[in-house]
Design a binder for this molecule. Structure first.
Ligand SMILES: Nc1ncnc2c1ncn2[C@@H]1O[C@H](COP(=O)(O)OP(=O)(O)OP(=O)(O)O)[C@@H](O)[C@H]1O
Ligand SMILES: [Mg+2]
Length: 260
């Protein structure tokens, strides 16, 4: 469980983002953090990752099984800054070297993670020659190699096309189920909530307006006011009973593919 208790954060005297924020994020769930531009989604991700420190309050992270080393992987849409290695293998090993992974284990983990994200055979490829989707897979492989059990995806798919987004999303969903990962995704795209178990919707002043399951969110006033006008699949899903939402969603996606 990740818990934020009375967390206040400001970038400067005039730049208060959160004031006494309380939030709980459950283990092994996919939680989408949504809300308008500038409401504090990225700031929240950086606070959880520990890249920013709150001026007051505290953040506690307790996993069911304690594991050594880096436990939180942060992937943003800006992969130009996240790739440091010359080749795919270099890049993945760089992170593991940083946390002093033994040499013998590094090779095993490298093989495991490239296979998990579908980059096997790419080990010696120059990272500069990878496509956007492949770079995102590499970023994911890197954090998995470091045994991250919490993935923070901050608009991580924003630069990808619709098909690549869908593929990476289902890849992460499978890994989440296999490895019991906790996924925290920051997005303000209505359609992105489809893989979410839980939704946190932050209002323009940094105050959560909704916290709960995806099903409850679909019927909430917050969804009606903020998400429905985007005209995404969500707005249509809100018209159907909760029990058949998944099936309707599947059919709608099928339809999209055919239209393309
Ligand atoms: N380094 C910084 N210095 C000063 N202010 C900042 C800094 N980074 C963010 N802010 C401000 O803090 C507020 C929250 O920003 P944040 O990037 O967390 O929002 P966001 O919800 O991620 O927005 P977006 O949807 O555009 O990604 C905004 O008003 C932003 O202008
Ligand atoms: Mg952001």
């Amino acid at each position: 469980m990740i818990q934020l208790k009375n967390v206040s954060f400001q970038y400067g005297p005039e730049q208060q983002v959160f004031s006494r924020l309380n939030l709980a994020i459950h283990d092994s769930f996919w939680t989408v953090i949504s809300g308008p531009d500038g409401c504090g989604k990225t700031t929240l991700g950086k606070l959880i990752k520990g890249l920013l420190k709150p001026q007051s309050g505290f953040i506690s992270i307790k996993l069911p099984q304690e594991i050594e080393g880096v436990r939180i992987g942060y992937i943003s849409g800006d992969y130009s800054t996240s790739i440091v290695g010359i080749t795919v293998a270099n890049d993945i090993c760089f992170g593991m070297e940083n946390i002093r992974t033994p040499q013998t284990e590094m090779q095993n983990r490298l093989e495991e993670v490239v296979a998990a994200v579908g980059l096997d055979g790419y080990e010696n490829r120059l990272t500069t020659t990878l496509s956007g989707g492949e770079r995102q897979k590499l970023a994911l492989a890197g954090v998995l190699a470091m045994k991250a059990r919490i993935l923070i995806l901050d608009e991580a798919f924003s630069m990808l096309d619709w098909i690549s987004r869908k593929r990476l999303r289902s890849l992460i969903q499978n890994l989440k189920d296999q490895l019991k990962l906790t996924v925290i995704e920051m997005t303000n795209q209505a359609t992105d909530i489809k893989t979410a178990d839980m939704i946190v919707f932050i209002g323009p002043t940094g105050v959560p307006q909704f916290e709960g399951t995806r099903e409850k969110f679909l019927y909430s006033e917050t969804a009606q006011h903020w998400i429905a006008p985007q005209g995404g699949i969500t707005s249509l899903l809100g018209l159907f009973p909760v029990e058949i939402v998944d099936e309707v969603q599947r059919l709608l996606e099928q339809l999209n593919v055919d239209i393309k």
